[in-house]
Design a protein around this ligand. Structure first.
Ligand SMILES: O=C(O)C(=O)Cc1ccccc1
Length: 306
């Protein structure tokens, strides 16, 4: 039976994402994003489901850095999950009692306005996951008074909901990805996204523009670009790119090989169906047929047919 690791414990948004992405899979909860990915790498699970970015805070740094630096894994699917946060405490507590609140950093950021307004004196502490925070608060003698997590996590760990819908925006969406060990990507669907990480060869004027040009001249539309520090000092960065299309598409393949030529290194992170089902607008001269026709023409002129 297919087994997938996820950011646990039970009751995380990652679990909700996994249940939608692979309802039939056996679920292996992991203590944090790194542990879920390691379970997939080591073969304890067939893959993993982890959050990649959300619509307020942007990229989930641990996921982005793990995918860029640790043993390679491939993204095979994505899911956009609307998330809603609740303030959860042990029975008997009231909002006025909350002095220490705990949650995943992405949840704390997305509830920043609520915390500032309703819990101005509370200290906010990070946990590896929202449900992990709820589990911690439920422990007798826990130093934390409340957790921010999904309502269902509160039900699971015997907490009461002091407030619901406490996110600063009601339309927050988190993008989750399913990963597997390296393998050929899923077949193109016509509505696909490709992800990769590119490392600069050296720091020089226009280095980022050189990378962007590889996409631009082939009509490849970017959907996300994010810089992350390499860890080698202030001012040293690598870049995450998401873009429309599949590695099997000529324009995408050409852009990715172009990047490989101008960068120190490129790590392919996968081509997979887009959750929103949108199809790319193919610009004039960048369809597969155009690339085929052009390489046929080049072969002919090289063969002397001018
Ligand atoms: O901690 C969780 O439940 C997660 O799945 C990570 C997360 C945290 C906050 C918003 C979306 C996802």
């Amino acid at each position: 039976m297919l087994k997938l690791a996820y950011l646990g414990p039970e009751g995380t948004f990652a679990e909700e994402a996994l249940r939608i992405l692979a309802p039939e899979a056996e679920r292996l909860p992991s203590a944090n994003v790194g542990a879920a990915l390691d379970a997939a790498r080591r073969g304890e699970a067939d893959g993993a489901v982890v959050p990649l970015e959300n619509s307020i805070e942007g990229g989930i740094a641990t996921t982005l850095d793990e995918l860029a630096r640790s043993e390679p894994l491939l993204i095979t699917a994505e899911l956009l999950l609307p998330v809603e946060f609740s303030l959860l405490a042990r029975p008997g507590k009231e909002i006025g009692d909350i002095k220490r609140v705990i949650s995943h950093p992405a949840a704390l950021t997305q509830c920043r306005g609520y915390i500032a307004r309703e819990l101005p004196d509370a200290v906010a502490v990070s946990a590896p996951s929202t449900a992990g925070a709820a589990q911690e608060v439920a422990l007798p003698g826990s130093p934390y008074d409340a957790a921010i997590a999904a309502r269902i996590a509160g039900e699971h760990y015997g907490l009461v909901e002091l407030a619901g819908g406490i996110g600063d925006r009601s339309d927050t969406v988190t993008r989750f990805v399913r990963l597997s060990r390296p393998a050929p990507p899923p077949a193109p669907t016509g509505s696909d996204r490709t992800s990769l990480v590119a490392f600069l060869s050296d720091d020089h004027p226009g280095a980022l523009l050189e990378m962007l040009t590889e996409f631009s001249v082939r009509g490849v539309n970017l959907t996300r670009i994010e810089s992350r520090p390499t860890g080698d000092g202030i001012g040293r960065y690598f870049f995450h790119f998401d873009f429309e299309g599949h590695i099997a598409d000529a324009r995408v393949g050409e852009a990715v090989s172009g990047l490989h030529r101008v960068c120190e290194g490129v790590r392919f992170l996968g081509s997979y169906p887009r959750a929103d089902g949108l199809a790319p607008q193919i610009r004039r001269g960048t369809a597969d047929a155009d690339f085929d026709e052009a390489s046929g023409w080049l072969a002919r002129i090289r063969g002397g047919q001018v």
